[in-house]
Design a protein. Structure first.
Length: 272
């Protein structure tokens, strides 16, 4: 920790250096994460094994920050990873992240999620794909809370869902949703009940001055995924608006992609 942070003087810079090193040198452990096996979460073990569950990531972030006099705590809670999670509240804690304090005011606490910043597991949780994302360092608090729900609500920084049931009833926010700073979606519910002839209007409020250039919709997942369909939309860098019809009468996942990157996922129930 001392070596990684030596070139920097500010606490935020030091915390960013720690986040960057961990996300580039530690992999998510598929077997441990799938089985919720936390026996190798000690920071020394994580450094030696070069892999960890999300709890192992958060404990390592906490320990390395403490070594350079940055107050950092590990937070346990819940997250959703795919459309199958919508409406299916987890029976036990399934994720961990960190809160970091840089000053004395309540506004001086910030989020870090090094596990999600390092990459992702496939749907079966058997293969880890390294894919660094800086979006999970000091993420906008309202955006972060759409994708994370703490077991102890004292560690929810900023506005968010009012309960775990509401959290699991919301759409799935993917990595790029954090990058765009998406704060709210309409429809707010992750389950869209509609008819094949009905037009569903979408409004995503986000926080970036860079408008989206391309928006696509993919119906189905994995081997059943259809081809990406281009969607006409309006985006002024703050509000994204578009409309869709779900003409196939059935129940299926629908994922939206912005500029080729997964954005938000819904479960659609389209009935005659």
């Amino acid at each position: 920790a001392q070596q990684i942070t030596a070139p920097f003087s500010e606490k935020e810079q030091k915390a960013r250096a720690i986040f960057y090193w961990i996300t580039h040198n530690i992999a998510i452990d598929p077997k441990g994460t799938k089985g919720n096996d936390q026996k190798n979460t000690d920071p020394v073990n994580v450094i030696q094994l070069r892999k960890a569950t999300p709890l192992g990531f958060s404990l390592l972030v906490q320990e390395m920050c403490s070594q350079v006099n940055i107050r950092c705590l590990s937070v346990d809670g819940f997250t959703k990873t795919n459309v199958d999670d919508i409406g299916n509240k987890a029976d036990e804690i399934n994720h961990s992240w960190n809160v970091v304090q840089l000053g004395q005011s309540p506004d001086s606490w910030f989020y870090i999620d090094a596990a999600k910043g390092s990459g992702y597991l496939d749907k079966k949780m058997t293969v880890f794909t390294p894919s660094f994302s800086g979006n999970y360092f000091f993420t906008d608090k309202e955006t972060f809370n759409q994708d994370h729900y703490p077991d102890n609500e004292s560690w929810r920084l900023g506005p968010g869902p009012k309960g775990l049931s509401e959290f699991y009833g919301m759409p799935v926010y993917y990595n790029y949703a954090n990058g765009l700073g998406i704060k709210r979606t309409d429809p707010k519910s992750g389950v869209i009940k509609t008819k094949p002839t009905t037009t569903v209007k979408f409004v995503f409020t986000h926080d970036t001055e860079k408008p989206i250039e391309k928006l696509e919709m993919v119906i189905g997942e994995d081997k059943r995924a259809g081809k990406p369909e281009n969607i006409e939309f309006e985006d002024n860098g703050r509000v994204l608006k578009f409309s869709c019809q779900f003409k196939r009468a059935d129940e299926y996942p629908v994922n939206f992609f912005a500029d080729g990157k997964p954005l938000v996922g819904y479960l659609v129930i389209s009935e005659e």
